[in-house]
Design a protein around this ligand. Structure first.
Ligand code: CP
Ligand code: NVA
Length: 307
């Protein structure tokens, strides 16, 4: 799969065809891995990973993904680079472009990623910023495709905080041709510009009522109320008990609805243990699918020969 975009920073860079193509490549790579292991299509290719925030899934899935495709990943905690001592983003971008074939960065400020990508000659992947988490949404839609056998014409309910993951999910729904109903407290709605953009191609409804959002939903999604950039304990009070995904809320969705959460989760806050550890939850497949979708993405951006 060849992509027109050099970078993946939000998900909005993709066309619907490219989005579906990446999911199909992910399925091929997943099957191949489980059968005989992957071919070394990224042999001698390197990924530089920059982390300003902690990570379990993103770090491990990118590093192991590169390894499984014959390449290598270098982990750079931002405190260990000269960025932390004031070297400019521009100079860092130019330097890394001379060593690596791709950069994946997890940052606070989304603008840092934009700046980085403007000064690199190599692709930049957003491994989460305060505004977006596109890699998560690729994995989410692969999971939806596997469980629902389609990604088009579904209703996705988002409950809780209209955060970075929600913003990218809105773009994902638009690319997939599915609708979204988003129930959040008024002050925690997703980015207005993102909503408006996505509304050109699909139905995106904003509501204060979680039961309205889950009504007839095929997929129910939530995320922590306290993302790394906004972990004020007072926030949590504004969400509970109304915006918790619990068995009563799940019963108001379709009987065969699935439950997604990007993880890490705070049990008994945004979701009860009974839901996240229950039969409708697909969170472990979702976490696994980070590996497969990111391998498809890396292969596409680094222009691997074939999958
Ligand atoms: N979902 C996700 O990105 O997890 P990590 O923060 O562990 O990478
Ligand atoms: N919204 C969360 C996602 C973590 C993967 C955060 O930004 O911390």
């Amino acid at each position: 799969m060849k992509l027109k975009t050099k970078n993946l920073l939000t998900l909005a860079e993709l066309t619907p065809k490219e989005f579906v193509g990446l999911l199909n490549d992910s399925i091929k790579l997943k099957k191949e891995l489980k059968k005989n292991g992957n071919k070394p299509i990224l042999k001698n290719k390197t990924l530089a990973m920059i982390f300003q925030k902690p990570s379990t899934r993103t770090r491990v899935s990118f590093e192991i993904g590169m390894y499984q495709l014959g390449g290598h990943a270098v982990n750079l905690s931002s405190n260990d680079t000269q960025l932390s001592r004031g070297e400019s983003v521009e100079d860092t971008a130019k330097t890394l472009s001379r060593y690596a074939n791709c950069i994946m960065a997890r940052v606070y400020d989304h603008e840092l990623l934009e700046k980085l990508s403007q000064h690199t000659t190599i692709p930049v992947i957003n491994g989460l910023s305060d505004s977006f988490h596109p890699c998560q949404i690729l994995a989410d839609f692969l999971t939806i495709k596997e469980k629902k056998k389609k990604i088009r014409g579904l209703k996705i309910a988002w409950i809780g905080d209209g955060n970075n993951v929600c913003n990218s999910m809105i773009y994902g729904a638009a690319l997939a041709g599915s609708s979204m109903s988003i129930a959040t407290p008024k002050e925690f709605q997703p980015d207005k510009k993102v909503v408006k953009e996505a509304q050109r191609s699909t139905d995106i409804e904003l509501t204060l009522d979680p039961f309205q959002a889950v009504n007839n939903a095929d997929v129910v999604v939530t995320d922590t109320y306290s993302s790394i950039h906004n972990n004020d304990p007072k926030r949590i009070k504004k969400f509970l008990p109304k915006y918790q995904v619990n068995p009563k809320l799940m019963r108001s969705a379709k009987d065969n609805a699935i439950f997604l959460h990007c993880l890490p989760a705070k049990r008994e806050q945004e979701v009860t243990s009974s839901v996240i550890d229950g039969s409708q939850s697909v969170v472990w497949d979702e976490a696994e699918n980070r590996l497969h979708t990111q391998k498809a993405l890396l292969s596409a951006l680094i222009h691997a020969e074939r999958i």
